[in-house]
Ligand binder design. Structure first.
Ligand SMILES: Cc1cc2nc3c(=O)[nH]c(=O)nc-3n(C[C@H](O)[C@H](O)[C@H](O)COP(=O)(O)OP(=O)(O)OC[C@H]3O[C@@H](n4cnc5c(N)ncnc54)[C@H](O)[C@@H]3O)c2cc1C
Length: 378
């Protein structure tokens, strides 16, 4: 597990210091000074993903709220430190080599995680403010209990509000696009968002929401540090009934093993899961990584799967579907970290992340595949 700021082993020279013996200590100290948060070194990312896969992050910090998240991101940028933002880790595959930079776990304290603050209400609608680390499913259930409609579809979605907004999570008849009133986000100096200031609040209409995508989905674009959701009104009983229906449907078709949700985006007019099933790939397995027997678009970790196993499986699926249908399946899941598995993992020159990396800066590469896995993400 991680080493704390005070008991830090001398780190490798991975971040361009003139003095390789102190660079890691300096980074932990500088981050701690700028944010007041505890910074650890060499922390395994696996426990923070739903697949329970992923190597160590050079540095690791927990941001309990949007304000501290913003401070961490600015401090990391000042140190030219690549950042990997971890919400619930329910839509990402982190490489076995981990992440060369700072992993920021966005983690709202338990007592605040499943609730927001009502900031406006009238007879028809209510606007609530939520932290980026709030649990999407928790907020959905809390609002339903209050008789606020619009998030019933989200009761079965793991992860955080920040991750859900960035990826425009959705299910059944709903998605984040339909409920986001405004988003406050932090953007790096060279952000591609087009908005001038580092922290800005924009209306939901300016978030460029699309099918599992948004303005903030692409690497280096920005990080959600707060949001407002606009909800309607209904009776809690009605909402609970809808939730129960969705949950029953999910129980019937969603695997219970460790997974990262849908691996591939649905191609236009088709379902990726159906194509995979028709290709006879359900149950196909590399090591402990397996195409779910229940749902073709889920890869499950049956115990000791590695990111490498999953990468091979993804490529095999792609090849088989492409050969059979001429359709190239793009990944929906985000591939993060250092995928340069063909080099010496201890060689600092081999790290692929650039210094620009707020968001996921990695260029995913695997020796199992000639094509990169993540660069065609939507
Ligand atoms: C069993 C299961 C079922 C699922 N069902 C669905 C479903 O029905 N519909 C659906 O849409 N998804 C589904 N998912 C996928 C996933 O739960 C959602 O996409 C979820 O919203 C991701 O949120 P997260 O906090 O876990 O994001 P993470 O996995 O932590 O991160 C995903 C990406 O978002 C970025 N990110 C995280 N937080 C922020 C932030 N604050 N600001 C900007 N970027 C951020 C990360 O850096 C990463 O690039 C499912 C997953 C599982 C495991």
């Amino acid at each position: 597990m991680g080493r704390s700021t005070s008991a830090l082993k001398r780190p490798e020279n991975r971040h361009g210091s003139n003095n390789p013996m102190t660079r890691g200590d300096d980074i932990c100290t500088a981050l701690h000074r700028a944010t007041g948060l505890v910074v650890d070194a060499g922390v395994s990312i696996a426990p923070y993903t739903t697949l329970k896969i992923g190597g160590p992050a050079d540095f690791f910090v927990r941001a309990p709220d949007g304000k501290s998240l913003g401070r961490v991101l600015t401090a990391a940028e000042n140190l030219a430190l690549p950042v990997l933002v971890l919400g619930g880790g329910s839509n990402m595959i982190v490489s076995d080599r981990g992440f060369r930079g700072l992993a920021v776990k966005v983690e709202t304290p338990t007592s605040l995680r499943n609730r927001g603050t009502v900031i406006h209400e009238d007879g028809q609608e209510v606007v609530i403010q939520v932290e980026p680390g709030c649990q999407t499913a928790g907020i959905a259930r809390w609002t339903a209990q209050l008789g606020l409609s619009g998030l019933e579809w989200a009761c079965g979605i793991p992860g955080t509000i920040g991750g859900a907004i960035a990826g425009n999570a959705g299910a059944y008849d709903g998605d984040m696009k339909a409920v986001v009133n405004a988003v406050t986000f932090w953007s790096p100096g060279q952000a591609s968002t087009g908005f001038p200031s580092r922290i800005c609040t924009v209306s939901g209409g300016k978030m460029a929401f699309g099918y599992r995508s948004s303005l903030l989905k692409s690497p280096g674009s920005g990080v959600v540090i707060g949001a407002e959701l606009r909800l309607g009104r209904a009776t809690p009983a009605e909402l609970l009934q809808r939730i129960n229906r969705f949950e029953a449907s999910r129980r019937a078709r969603q695997p219970t093993e460790r997974s990262c949700g849908s691996v591939f985006r649905n191609p236009p007019g088709k379902f990726a899961g159906q194509l995979i099933e028709q290709a006879g790939l359900k149950g196909h397995r590399i090591g402990d990584a397996q195409i779910s027997l229940l749902h073709g678009n889920y890869i499950v970790n049956r115990g000791a799967a590695t990111a490498h196993d999953i990468a091979i499986l993804i490529e095999e699926v792609r090849d088989r579907i492409f050969v059979g249908t001429d359709i190239f399946l793009e990944t929906e899941v985000v591939l993060s970290g250092d995928w340069s598995t063909d080099g010496d993992p201890t060689n600092s020159d081999d790290a692929r992340e650039g210094p620009d990396g707020v968001g996921v800066a990695a260029q995913p590469k695997t020796d199992a595949a000639t094509a990169t896995l993540g660069d065609r993400n939507g």
